[in-house]
Design a protein around this ligand. Structure first.
Ligand SMILES: NC(=O)c1ccc[n+]([C@@H]2O[C@H](COP(=O)([O-])OP(=O)(O)OC[C@H]3O[C@@H](n4cnc5c(N)ncnc54)[C@H](O)[C@@H]3O)[C@@H](O)[C@H]2O)c1
Length: 348
């Protein structure tokens, strides 16, 4: 039985990591750590585990693996500390907040010989898995273009606070661009099987404010024009100001048809052919932030995939090197917006 520790005991630990580990028969959560001790104590009591008062104490407790669920800026240091002690790591997105930290995590993983998986859960959604299969089998011919969106009313609906670290550049580093943009950028890499190599971006804070009326210190909207290695062009809009229904949709346009993913309430995947034929697939629907905060939960598959890697010895598909490709695009988008020019991304 694998022993699991969880670092950072906020919302994502509560609604995803802790329940999904506890439902997996191959592991047991043995410890929690949060720099707010009550947060760790609450989950420890709920899951029959121990609350540790330091990261060091949790990492020395005999855990085989840890999930890193703390604020963005704290991901790299905790992941590296765990890997250096020979502990496997599942780290929440965004993997890290600087190019140097992304590289340091990859180096620490390779030196340790342990697994580092990044929790890019969009790769596990069934309509995305099916869409990738259809694209690779040529169901829409040669891919020409795409449009992908992820927007909701903002993380205050998720954490319950208009003062949260999500809005603070020092602790989040990025706003909607990395919070949501990293999901959809990684998703396009997964669906198309190749990385984005050119970015033109506009990143802005259009509306979101702290309770005292001052603007938040990160972006709340990002608009990106992407180009992949083979010349596929596409757009991505991510937003914390969709003050209505969450939109998590993607459309892919090929020479032989169109794939519409998660843009229909009934059919999560729709294949339209040029002759008018339409194939509809009723797979899963993505659970929105609103549903998750009100207790609605479906197993994302992320935790089971990670535990499966540990029990089988098979390396994770979404490891540090793979996740780093999306991070490089995010860093390039920030540069593009700052310098108002197209930025080329090189993936070593
Ligand atoms: N994969 C997804 O779809 C998804 C969804 C939501 C959040 N996330 C990611 O999960 C992470 C946590 O987000 P959340 O929504 O749970 O936020 P949250 O504010 O609800 O929880 C964060 C917790 O981490 C603790 N924490 C912060 N810095 C710490 C540190 N240095 N050491 C120990 N504990 C620390 C806080 O006290 C808090 O309890 C973020 O990186 C976020 O981007 C991923």
């Amino acid at each position: 039985m694998l022993k699991i520790g969880i670092v950072g005991c906020g919302k994502i630990a509560q609604v995803r990591h802790a329940p999904e580990y506890s439902e997996n028969p191959d592991c047991q959560i043995t410890g929690f750590y949060d720099f707010v001790p009550e947060n760790a104590q609450k989950l420890a009591a709920e899951y029959g585990a121990k609350a540790y008062d330091s990261l060091e104490a949790l990492l020395s407790s005999g855990v085989d693996a840890v999930s890193i669920c703390s604020a963005n800026v704290a991901h790299a240091s905790a992941a590296i500390a765990a890997l250096e002690r020979g502990i496997h790591v599942l780290c929440e997105k965004p993997m890290a907040v600087t190019p140097e930290d992304v590289e340091a995590m990859i180096q620490a993983q390779e030196k340790s010989g342990k697994f580092l998986m990044i929790a890019q859960n969009q790769r596990f959604a069934r309509a995305h898995v099916e869409a990738r299969r259809l694209i690779s089998e040529g169901a829409i011919g040669r891919v020409l273009a795409f449009h992908t969106t992820f927007g909701h009313p903002g993380p205050e609906g998720w954490t319950g606070s208009r003062n949260s670290w999500f809005f603070d550049k020092k602790r989040a580093a990025f706003g909607a661009m990395a919070d949501l943009g990293v999901h959809k950028t990684d998703l396009m890499h997964y669906l198309l099987g190749e990385p984005i190599v050119k970015v033109t971006a506009q990143i802005a804070t259009l509306d979101k404010k702290y309770p005292d009326g001052t603007p938040i210190t990160v972006d709340d909207n990002a608009f990106c024009l992407y180009e992949t290695a083979s010349g596929v062009r596409g757009t991505m809009h991510v937003s914390w100001t969709f003050y209505g229904q969450e939109d998590n949709s993607t459309r892919i346009y090929g020479t032989g048809g169109i794939l519409r993913i998660y843009d229909d309430p009934q059919y999560s995947l729709i294949l339209e052919k040029p002759d008018g034929e339409i194939e509809r697939f009723a797979l899963d629907q993505l659970t929105s932030n609103k549903e998750q905060t009100s207790g609605g939960r479906t197993n994302t598959g992320v935790i089971d995939a990670f535990v499966g890697c540990l029990t089988s010895g098979r390396a994770p598909e979404i490891d540090g090197r793979e996740a780093a490709k999306a991070m490089r695009v995010i860093f390039a988008a920030e540069q593009s917006a700052r310098e108002q020019r197209t930025v080329t991304v090189s993936h070593p």
